[in-house]
Structures are given as structure tokens and as C-alpha cells.
Design a protein around this ligand. Sequence first.
Ligand SMILES: Cc1ncc(COP(=O)(O)O)c(C=O)c1O
Length: 360
Amino acid sequence: MTPMVCATIDTGALRHNLQVIRRLAPKSRVMAVIKANAYGHGLVAVARALEAAADAFAVARIGEALALREAGIKTPIVLLEGVFDSEQLAAAAAGDFELVVHTQEQIELLLAAPPDARFKVWLKLDSGMNRLGFKAEEYPAVHAAVSRARALKAPVNLITHLACADTPELPATAEQLMVFDAATRSLAGERSVASSAALLGFADSQADWVRPGLLLYGVSPFRGSTGADHGVRPVMTLRSQIIAIKNLVVGDRVGYGGDWTATRPTRLAIVSVGYGDGYPRSACSGTPVLVSGEQATLAGRISMDMIAIDTTDVQHKPKVGDSVVLWGEGLAIEEVAVWAETLPYTLLCGINQRVAMRFL
Ligand SMILES: Cc1ncc(COP(=O)(O)O)c(C=O)c1O
């Protein structure tokens, strides 16, 4: 049985995108960021697709790392938020996870680790984002403390995260890079700074390891461009199908609140997808969709299970059962995100368990 709403994941595109990233950052190793269910693409399936190609995976939480090991993934895994108690520390040792260390409490956990536990540690510098990490003034002292930990697989690695790399015209990124450089210049260890936007926009941030997420999934981190502009291909295509056709006369109103009114005789198609699947409730009339490869537009508000689209201008006369692309192949998710006043990140992560996943 064909599922009504289906996200097709093109694993070939994933591998292609990783190769593009390698060409963009030829001197760096690649830590593929697959947290949040690989940005909605399926954690284990994405890890399997990239296992042979990525140098490491990065996830936010230990549960995600454990799921990868349970699935038999052997690639190094970095915990971007680290661990928070001795139970998590023991599980991290058993799973051979690499730890980001960003609080004094985490240093103490590391110092109290069981005698046989050994970790590769990424010491996080807060270079200006004020989210995770130690300030530049405390970095030398915490670096020295972590370096003395018996549980450390030396040397300590050095990591920071950039707040504004997707807005290259702002001075913030250059300032953060200067802070990172000054705080780490005299230290040994591998360095990691750049997520997708930085690796594209700030070549000097690429360092030993890049940490791309969004770009890996074929999506641009910059407003006003698409993944295709950077040579990557969309990995997820979200599809549904038409479940009813309505012929409207001028003045007919559509959907909750009657928000959209027909100003011409209209061939309206009702499509089986809604905010109950993760399609954004904020998408407004005019948002593009593809019906059998031709563009149509949303008409009226998004329901939990349905949307309405104006197909009057579609040449090939739409009928019940026709496939509709919500984003992906032929329709950039970046464009849909603008219409929905959101970001591709939230659209991808918002896809939920009601959507069937199909891996190519
Ligand atoms: C610490 C860290 N590194 C890398 C990334 C990947 O970012 P992007 O998806 O923009 O490439 C993220 C994403 O949120 C992150 O939090």
C-alpha cells in the first residue's frame, strides 16, 4: 500500500553532498551532524548511508549516540552537549563516545571517572555566542585541569560554535574567530569551529574538523540561496497526494476561517498533508507546491490533515491520486520556508512519525 504522506530520503544525494563538503573544505575532516533524527531524515539510516564516508558523527544527546551503537554504527561519535551524570559518563565510556566539555560540573565528572575509562575530549570555548562553553579568560585554567585528567585521551581538542555565520556581513563571526584563535593559539589538539554556513562563508574557520548539518541534507544555510547554488542536492522530498477535487465559483471561500476567496472559477485540489504531519501551519496562501511537476499554490489555512491548493493554472488536469511535492526535488525547501516565515531547519526537524520514510 502506498503511504499517503511520504518523505523520500535520497542516500545518494547525502553521499554526494558529503563529497561536495570535502571539496569545499579539502584540509578538514568531516564530523557529520546527525542530531535530531538526522534533521528529520532518520538517524540510523543516515548514519548507515554515511558510515564509510564521514570521519565522525556528531549528536546532541547520549540517547542518540546509544541508538547509533545499538544499530551497529562503529564510526566515532561526538556528544555535542557532553554528559551530565556518572551513569551517562559510564555509558559514554562503554560506547567510546567523544565528549564536549563545557561546564565545571563536567570537568568534575571527568576527574572522577572510573580508572579504566578513557575519553577523547573537546573543550568548548564560548567565543561570543553565550550558549555553551568556557569564557576566554577561564579557558587556560580549565584546559590545564582537563589536561591532568587520567581519563583523558590526550591532547584536549578545541571547539567553539559561531552565532552569526549565516549573516556574513555582520562583524560577529570575525570577532568570534579572533577570540578562538587568541585563546587556543598556544595549545596543541585538534580544532573545530565551522558548521555549514561558516564552512561556506569563512574558509579560515574550517580548521581540522568541519561540522556540517544542514548542507549535508542539501539545503543552504543562507537566506536568499538554495542548496543548488552551493552544488548540493536535496536529500528529502516530501510528497502526498490529491484526495479530492472541487470546482469553485467566484466568491467561494476555502478552509478554516474562510480565509481564501475564489476570484475566478477555480479548480481546487485537496491534498492529504497538514500540520499533524509537520507541514507548517504558518504556510500562507501562495506557498508553492508541485502537482505532477507543475507549480500550484496553497489556498487558505493549513488543517491538521489537509491543505487546499489552487490548480487552475496546472496544464495537466489534476485528479484524485496525483502526487504532490511539498518540498525537495523540483521545489526548494528554502523557498517554502520563506513562505512559511520559518527556516528549513524547523521544516525538516518538524516532520513526524505519521510520515512514512522511504530510503533510496
Ligand atoms: C555545535 C553545533 N555544531 C554544528 C551544527 C551544525 O549546524 P548546521 O546545520 O548549520 O551546519 C550545529 C547545529 O545546530 C551545532 O549546534
